[in-house]
Design a binder for this molecule. Sequence first.
Ligand code: ZN
Length: 75
Amino acid sequence: MSKVISIKDTNDGTLIYGLVPAKCIVGYYKVSIKVKRSKLVDSNCSCGSSLCPHAVKLYLFYMAHFKNMKKTEKK
Ligand SMILES: [Zn+2]
């Protein structure tokens, strides 16, 4: 299960830090992504690749669990 550690709104989009479970090793990848207008625009991952499957996983997790929360807040 992925985890979101922190969400930070910036002028340039929303920065999300989280952990994504690694498949073949025990533990998690540390992933940070930037979401702008609901799109994944940038990412950093401890696996070394950018816009890797882990970043996509965290992005989908964020969209599924946190996006709506924010909307209700705004109203
Ligand atoms: Zn990765």
